[in-house]
Design a binder for this molecule. Structure first.
Ligand SMILES: [Zn+2]
Length: 598
């Protein structure tokens, strides 16, 4: 899978002439420095200006790990990184390195490193609990982790405990004296408010199918059915497992199973037509199963097959509450759908939302912590739910859980809030709409196929304690990697609408305060784009140039070339992508941007 290290470290190019000055004032000569500077926007510079490794044949991962340790563990010894996982997506490879000290992991401390398909690192995300001074704390019998408190590193024990009162597992961390250091509910909830056969199901629910409102015949009515709700069902086909004369709702990767009360054993029909109505338990079994199957097939077609792994689905679970969840702490993973109010498994929007948490967990395992990270977790699951619903019907395009909620039981959510990021409330179930609305805006501008692809690739880049502006830039980065940045301006606008990002930069949409006809020209740009020859800016003598600025397509100023220096761009200094060049004149005005493609 991984190529030799030589591919990663192209030779530092020896060029004659004056070197272009980096904006940071640094020559990023080493991979080490490069890693430090791979925050999203400086990443274009990394990859090509690195030194040749000393041992060319050392395995790449070992080399990467060593460089990371040299970079991040300067002050205190006995710290190491180990690979917790590596995943492959359409854009490249995604590593999670876990941080350990003196043989024990440091709780919730890790780093994500992303490499493109050529194995060049393009993004490093840190969630490190930094150890800045020597640690005096000693270990104790039973210790299995270190926990970073306000300043000190404390020897600790982490256990998963079942809380009887709450009926669920909590990840607990204790110190040597049995005092609680941390308590974390690993489940992802939405509180009030997750041989061919054929079956009748909702696509995705009766409210959307019939463009109806909750009320009249469209009510739960203690799970009773009526002819209108029967007629809102549609016929679908899917494979089920055939065993001893019965059909079982079981697939390689998921199955229906009774896990928690209410006790409803999954149906095992003997006939190939599963014609259940909503008041029969078989209906929720089939409805949950079918939609997860359909989504699995969709993911398979898009190359995301690894995002579904071993799920047990209880379509009548959660002790009958009106609540559903994905539980990543158990394996196989579990999806439980409550039966309070409208049965959750009757609404495919709920099914896909909960499945969305499972995809997110598999793409970026163990990163779901920190307030805004969890808000985005909900918002993007709402996005997947709406995107799926829209693929079935254009009705109620912004209503999340339009059958399970938006009724007498609870309010549900929407994907078209007017709330902006600076106005966020700090309440998860309000602020999630800011994120889902921005993502739905992207879907409307660039279409479901590309938008889903961006969101699913983005899933691998989630990190604990992240925030919306940082993650919005990751989304932009996904477009630049998947589509050459074609939609950056459109997507940026969606984030600007919610004030997650500032105004779309001038060079993406047009310019102000322009000099229209200065006498200059970009030459040799074609040979530059092929990596053959340098490009050059030629300027007439009468142009009073102050400086030249080079930007990447995400708005980061990469370089400034001062007047008097050679206005030459060497292709080796640029990773493939789109760049914008602005000429600043002594008058304070500037030119229209020149576009440079590498
Ligand atoms: Zn959720």
């Amino acid at each position: 899978m991984f190529k030799s290290v030589k591919k990663l470290y192209p030779m530092l190019n020896q060029k004659s002439g004056k070197r272009i000055i980096f904006e940071s004032g640094l020559f990023m000569r080493s991979f080490l420095t490069c890693l430090l500077l791979i925050v999203l926007n400086a990443s274009n510079l990394c990859g090509q200006i690195v030194s040749e490794p000393s041992v060319a044949d050392r395995p790449y991962e070992e080399e990467l790990k060593n460089k990371l340790e040299q970079t991040y563990f300067k002050n205190v010894s006995e710290q190491v990184f180990t690979i917790e996982y590596k995943k492959e997506s359409k854009i490249g490879f995604h590593y999670k390195f876990k941080h350990s000290f003196k043989g024990y992991p440091v709780y919730d401390s890790y780093i994500l490193v992303h490499l493109d398909k050529t194995l060049k690192p393009y993004l490093v995300q840190t969630n490190l609990k930094e150890i800045t001074k020597e640690v005096t704390e000693t270990d104790f019998k039973g210790q299995n982790t270190w926990f970073k408190t306000d300043g000190d590193l404390v020897a600790a024990r982490q256990v998963l405990e079942f809380n009887v009162e709450k009926g669920q597992n909590f990840a607990m961390v204790y110190d040597r004296y049995g005092r609680i250091l941390s308590s974390n509910d690993p489940r992802l909830y939405f509180f009030k408010k997750d041989s061919m056969v054929s079956a009748m199901v909702y696509l995705p629910n009766p409210i959307v199918t019939d463009n109806a409102k909750y009320g009249g015949s469209y009510v739960d009515n203690v799970n009773k059915t009526n002819s209108i709700l029967d007629n809102a069902r549609r016929k679908v086909r899917f494979p089920a497992t055939y065993d001893s004369g019965k059909f079982i709702l079981q697939h390689d990767k998921f199955r229906i199973k009774d896990l928690n009360p209410p006790i409803e054993e999954p149906v095992q029909p003997t006939d190939t037509f599963f014609n259940y109505k909503r008041d029969e338990s078989g209906f929720e079994d089939v409805n949950a199963y079918y939609h997860i199957y359909a989504y699995y097939e969709y993911l398979k077609g898009k190359g995301f097959v690894d995002l579904i792994d071993s799920i047990e689905i209880d379509s009548h679970g959660e002790n009958g509450d009106d609540n559903s969840f994905f539980d990543p702490s158990k394996y196989p993973f579990t999806l439980e759908f409550g039966t309070g109010g409208v049965d959750d498994a009757e609404d495919a929007q709920v099914v896909i939302h909960e499945l969305g948490h499972s995809l997110s967990h598999l793409a970026a395992t163990g990163t779901a912590n920190g307030g805004e990270r969890l808000i985005m977790e909900e918002g993007q699951a709402d996005y997947l739910c709406l995107s799926y619903s829209r693929s079935l019907s254009s009705n109620h395009p912004y209503r999340v859980f339009s059958w399970d909620a938006h009724n007498e039981f609870w309010d549900g959510f929407n994907g078209n809030t007017t709330l902006t990021y600076p106005e966020r409330s700090g309440i998860k179930d309000i602020d999630r709409e800011i994120w889902s609305t921005a993502l739905i805006c992207m879907l409307e501008k660039i279409g479901r196929e590309k938008s889903d692809e961006i969101v699913l690739n983005y899933y691998y880049h989630q990190v604990g304690n992240s925030n919306m502006p940082a993650m919005a830039r990751v989304i932009l980065k996904m477009d630049s990697m998947l589509h050459g940045g074609k939609h950056v301006a459109a997507i940026w606008q969606c984030f600007n609408d919610r004030q997650i990002l500032d105004t779309v930069p001038w060079y993406l949409i047009g310019v102000r305060d322009l000099v229209r006809n200065p006498d200059y020209k970009l030459i040799n740009s074609y040979a530059f784009s092929l990596g053959l020859e340098p490009a050059e800016i030629k300027i007439a003598k009468n142009v009073d140039l102050s400086s030249v600025e080079i930007y990447d397509q995400l708005g980061q100023k990469l370089r400034t070339i001062e007047s008097g220096e050679p206005l030459i761009m060497h292709p080796e200094d640029f990773v493939p992508g789109i760049y914008y060049i602005r000429l600043l004149l002594m008058s304070g005005k500037n030119t229209e941007p020149l576009k440079l493609i590498r």
